[in-house]
Write a protein that binds this ligand. Structure first.
Ligand code: 9UX
Length: 72
């Protein structure tokens, strides 16, 4: 089953930032559709909880240079 998590993210200042996050998080095995929005400082991530943890998603956001703040 897929779940969806919404994450507050700091540090996005343009649409390219959002695209960078989408690419980084999409690369994780077990992650489905990713939508990041710099205007709302949020990303929505579909994932399979049997294959990937939310903390792995946070790590990928951080590695991409942004600040994952919290699930909302
Ligand atoms: Mo454009 Mo967003 O340089 O960091 S990708 S502001």
């Amino acid at each position: 089953d897929q779940r969806t998590v919404r994450i507050d993210i700091g540090g996005m200042t343009c649409a390219n930032c959002a695209a960078t996050i989408e690419d980084a998080v999409s690369d994780i095995d077990g992650v489905g559709e990713v939508s990041a929005n710099y205007a709302t400082d949020e990303a929505t991530v579909a994932y399979d909880p049997e294959r990937v943890s939310v903390s792995a998603v946070f790590d990928a956001v951080e590695s991409a240079g942004y600040d994952p703040i919290a699930e909302t």
